[in-house]
Design a binder for this molecule. Structure first.
Ligand code: RIB
Length: 305
């Protein structure tokens, strides 16, 4: 049986401009190309999980507008259950303005719109859905009190929770204690742990600090360096697959969604991490957030190479 994944989080429309370099304040950079793509960290993770082989349901809010309708229908086309993707008449759908440079690095500005109106009450309405999942996946583009409510529901139902703490925000120990898998990048790990992450020792110390605060398993995503995995027993540096990056947008989302599926299938956590590294490596070779998420066959093919 495929892994049952519930994802709670944001759903955006991404306006992406690819440029020779990212503009600095006050600078206009010409020579770009433009792409509109479905995005939002939550929706990206849901799509990544569905394409990786999971049975996925999404909990979120979009506005009653064209972006919201298109985003919803794109998720439906992936086979994702959108019965708890609410349409909010009082706010526009979330939008992200993204610039991507020639090396594939990005800068992102988000207007959350309806995402910011996802409430703990919406979580209560989705209780049964969360309780029926193998893994609950969340990020921080919706209010943290909503994520906290989801963590309580997941914990009381015995459902493992994965949190991708992006964008970075301080979190209390009560929430961290309910997190089975945390997937920060270096900046997020530094902010959450209070430990400067400037080198390998900083990475290890930040992961240890987060584990001391109650997280069971910390996986730091390190971009082209790969990941650092720490569950208190295994401490593993896993190199990234070598690929030519054109757009790193959503690489962390794809990692998180794919890892959730593999873990939900009861793969060993370290195998799940390799599966997720392969998925995110493929995603950076393609432009856009959701368009870049690979299908299971592509992930397996890279793993068997
Ligand atoms: O992680 C990438 C995502 O961040 C983009 O799709 C954008 O919508 C922002 O949410």
């Amino acid at each position: 049986m495929s892994a049952r994944i519930a994802v709670i989080g944001s759903c955006n429309t991404d306006m992406v401009v690819r440029l020779p370099h990212l503009p600095v304040p006050g600078e206009t950079v010409l020579g770009g190309t433009f792409l509109i793509a479905h995005g939002g960290k939550g929706a990206n993770q849901a799509v990544a999980a569905a394409r990786a082989g999971g049975t996925v349901a999404f909990i979120g809010r979009v506005g009653d507008d064209a972006f919201g309708r298109e985003a919803r229908s794109a998720l439906e086309k992936e086979g994702i259950d959108v019965s708890h993707l609410l349409i909010d008449p009082a706010a526009p759908s979330g939008v992200a303005l993204i610039t991507v440079d020639a090396r594939g690095e990005n800068a992102i500005a988000v207007a959350p719109g309806a995402n910011a109106r996802l409430t703990p009450d919406d979580v209560q309405q989705a209780r049964d859905l969360i309780a029926g999942a193998d893994i609950l996946v969340a990020q921080l583009e919706v209010p943290v009190e909503t994520i906290r409510a989801a963590a309580v529901v997941a914990a009381s139902a015995g459902v493992l929770m994965m949190l991708n703490p992006a964008p970075a925000s301080p979190l209390d120990d009560d929430l961290l204690r309910n997190i089975a898998v945390l997937t920060p990048n270096e900046k997020e790990a530094a902010l959450l742990s209070g430990v400067p992450v400037n080198d390998d020792n900083g990475i290890i110390a930040a992961a240890e600090a987060l584990r001391k605060r109650g997280v069971q398993r910390v996986i730091l995503t390190l971009g082209e360096r790969g990941i650092y995995f720490n569950d208190g027993i295994l401490h593993v540096w896993m190199p990234a697959f070598h690929v030519r990056a054109v757009d790193t947008t959503a690489a962390g989302d794809v990692f998180t969604g794919a890892f959730a599926v593999a873990l939900g299938e009861h793969q060993a956590p370290i195998d799940a991490a390799r599966f997720a590294c392969a998925a995110s490596a493929i995603s950076v070779t393609r432009p856009g957030a959701q368009p870049s998420a690979p299908h299971r066959s592509e992930i397996e093919s890279l793993l068997s190479d």
